[in-house]
Design a binder for this molecule. Structure first.
Ligand SMILES: [Zn+2]
Ligand SMILES: [Zn+2]
Length: 170
């Protein structure tokens, strides 16, 4: 289902005109992750869309609604960032909402407060090696590496290999 939607071409009309695109065309790939609270995530820089394996398996009965909607939600983020750029296109503003509705998503935020717990911070720095997540309340441009991994694998010296990835939570 997720892969099908990743490949699917959507026609989106915005201020800039009408575009037909699929997330696949934009270079995105799909992966399950083990997130416990975030149903889906869209990584703009790495061009990756993830769905939570534990949350999906708990909601298999709602595959046509809940899971599909989450996937569409994340696709809307990918298209929105493509069309408006990362500064104007990220988040759940009017630009995103309009795209989300055009592709068949309900246009609601990533989570439903009653069903899935809400993460506290808007951004998160994630280490891909040890999976440690550090909440960030503001977007940061400064690059940093995972201190734990640098200490464990690199004698405490900075290494690009353990660079932290900025993730937008909602
Ligand atoms: Zn979102
Ligand atoms: Zn690490």
């Amino acid at each position: 289902m997720a892969i099908e939607l990743l490949n699917k071409e959507f026609t989106i009309t915005t201020y800039y005109g009408t575009n037909t695109m699929s997330a696949m065309d934009l270079g995105y790939y799909f992966e399950f992750d083990n997130a416990k609270r975030m149903f889906g995530r869209c990584f703009y820089i790495e061009k990756k869309i993830t769905l939570s394996k534990p949350l999906c398996s708990e909601n298999l009965d709602k595959i046509e609604t809940r899971i599909t909607n989450t996937m569409l939600h994340e696709l809307a983020h990918a298209f929105c960032v493509k069309i408006y750029g990362i500064n104007l296109g990220s988040g759940h503003g009017a630009n995103w909402k309009s795209i989300a509705k055009q592709i068949g998503c309900d246009g609601e935020r990533c989570y439903d407060g009653n069903e899935v717990n809400k993460p506290k911070s808007k951004y998160m720095l994630v280490c891909e090696t040890c999976k440690k997540e550090t909440p960030k309340y503001k977007k940061t441009k400064r690059e940093s590496a995972c201190a734990i991994c640098c200490r464990t694998h690199n004698n405490g010296k900075y290494s690009d290999k353990y660079k932290l990835k900025l993730v937008v939570n909602y």
